[in-house]
Write a protein that binds this ligand. Structure first.
Ligand code: MV4
Length: 493
């Protein structure tokens, strides 16, 4: 493979191109008019504008992207995450054009993209699943019967959904008919597929996902777990590896299940198998994501593996160069997602210019981003500014290092979620490891950030007043003291 086109933008485009460069592979960027000056465009060996800012006129134009590949003699396409990354039709067209799609087969994508076909495919491997309907429910009568057998509360999920889309909770049988009708009509309009199924509602679960990697020779390994329970409206906020609750036994059992899920669809490349873990540490398969995930860096930090490099190697047909026994967990890693959103104003997007933008540095800190100081954050895409990743010998060191890195991050011009991440990292429920997917609902309200800011403002005011009086009482001797920090950037402290 000599030249790879990255069919994506922002931090992930840059992250993919870095690995290509290390491998001596040329890169092609595609970009929309909104991204003309973005770092990923400058970093690429070649760059082509594909259209106006809206995604459906630029980053989602599969056919146009394939045409560009032909003109520029591209031999591989890396789709990143989002956009075309889980579009089986696109993957099939790429393959048909004689270009390598760096990812799984269209068949694996289709099979795992549909939750019911995913469940059916993994059945022969005895993967634990939440009790509920065996397959899709086609009538209210059938649904009610299964609902009574399953027990309440239960969830009605859309087969074509995923990531929390198209889920409805049902507390009692009287609500079932109405909720099922709503679920079916929502799924039909959102996905063009009204298939739904039933699962018992697991209360207070942890969301744990396993990274897998497969080659074209039938080898699949697991690269341990990522704990992703800290999320807000199905948007992950903080991820970590390893999880503080898994014992080596559960880790091995989940890892082997994830490998079997991969086997069920002949998985090739990097994929993620999602599980719920209940209070009694029973785990259940939820769904599989057939792409490189946003939070993949924490796995890279604890395994020492470059997941993009491995994706490219298996796409070239190489065998995995290591076995399961060669993989070990080293240390602990955290990732926080830095969004241009205002956590004290219901996380409303706060797009604008990055007036100041200085990254934290130092031992055990990694920043994956796609912006430079002075750039505007476009309104057309996800408002994620950066992924801030810390690594330490253990969880405590990784947390303290992350807190230091958050304090060192200098961003002005837009509000960010950094203060919120700091709140979570300092919370007893988080530091103790005793939390679940309801962390934010249970422990967060916007006043907490405001109170914290006020406390700090008071402390700063008292300090300032003391300093003044000291200076005044020493006014005979010339003070060597520097002026208090007058820099304009808002501290995350
Ligand atoms: C569940 C569940 C409880 N019980 N399934 C949400 C995302 C999608 N992948 C599946 N989700 C859930 N499925 C059963 N049977 C709770 C969730 C859920 C959740 C899962 C992971 C992370 C955050 C979540 C937030 C709310 C609900």
């Amino acid at each position: 493979m000599n030249k790879i086109l990255v069919a994506n933008r922002g931090e992930i485009a840059l992250r993919v191109m870095r690995s290509c460069r290390e491998m001596g592979i040329k890169t092609v960027a595609i970009y929309s008019e909104a991204d003309r000056n973005a770092p990923f465009v400058k970093y690429a060996d070649e760059a082509v504008c594909v259209g106006p800012p809206p995604s459906n006129q630029s980053y989602l134009l599969g056919d146009k992207i394939i045409e560009i590949c032909k003109v520029l003699n591209v031999d591989g396409i890396h789709p990143g995450y989002g956009f075309l990354s889980e579009n089986a039709d696109f993957a099939a067209k790429v393959k048909k054009s004689g270009i390598t799609f760096i990812g799984p087969s269209p068949e694996a994508m289709n099979m795992m993209g549909d939750k019911l076909s995913a469940k059916a495919a993994v059945k022969k491997y005895k993967i634990p699943m939440v009790p509920g309907s065996e397959g899709g429910i086609t009538s209210v009568e059938e649904g009610k019967k299964i609902a009574l057998e399953t027990g309440f509360p239960l969830l009605i999920k859309a087969s074509a959904g995923g990531g929390g889309k198209g889920m409805r909770i049902v507390e009692k049988i009287e609500e079932f008919e109405e909720q099922m009708k709503l679920a079916v009509s929502e799924a039909t309009s959102a996905f063009g597929d009204g298939s739904v199924f039933i699962e018992r509602y697991v209360a207070g679960p942890r969301h744990i996902e396993i990274q897998i990697l497969g080659d074209t020779h039938g080898n699949i390994v697991y690269l341990f777990e990522r704990e992703c329970s800290i999320q807000r409206r199905h948007q992950k906020v903080i991820e970590e590896a390893p999880s503080s609750v898994l014992t080596p036994e559960i880790r091995k059992a989940m890892g082997e299940c994830a490998v079997n899920v991969g086997k069920a669809c002949d998985y090739v490349g990097a994929g993620t198998v999602e599980f719920l873990l209940d209070e009694n540490k029973n785990f259940y398969f939820l769904e599989m994501n057939t792409r490189l995930q946003v939070e993949h860096p924490v796995t890279e930090m604890i395994t020492g593996m470059d997941l993009v490099k491995e994706q490219i190697k298996v796409a070239r047909g190489e065998k995995l160069s290591f076995k399961q026994e060669d993989l070990k967990i080293h240390g602990h890693s955290l990732e926080v997602r830095v969004y241009a959103e205002d956590p004290s104003n219901n996380f409303l997007p706060d797009i604008g210019k990055l007036a100041t933008y200085r990254r934290p540095q130092g031992l055990g800190v990694r920043v994956d981003d796609g912006f430079e100081e002075g750039m505007d954050i476009p309104i057309y895409y996800d408002p994620m500014i950066a992924k801030l990743v810390s690594f330490g010998k253990d969880r405590e060191e990784a947390i303290n290092r992350m807190l230091r890195a958050i304090d060192d991050y200098q961003i002005t011009g837009v509000e960010t979620t950094l203060s919120f991440c700091k709140f979570v990292l300092k919370h007893k429920a988080f530091t103790s490891g005793n939390f679940d997917t309801h962390f934010i609902k249970h422990h967060y309200s916007p006043e907490m950030l405001i109170e914290e800011k006020d406390d700090e403002a008071i402390v700063a005011a008292i300090f300032g007043a003391k300093l003044m009086s000291t200076l005044q009482s020493n006014n005979k001797q010339e003070s060597q003291m520097e002026e208090p920090n007058k820099s304009k950037w808002k501290s995350n402290r």
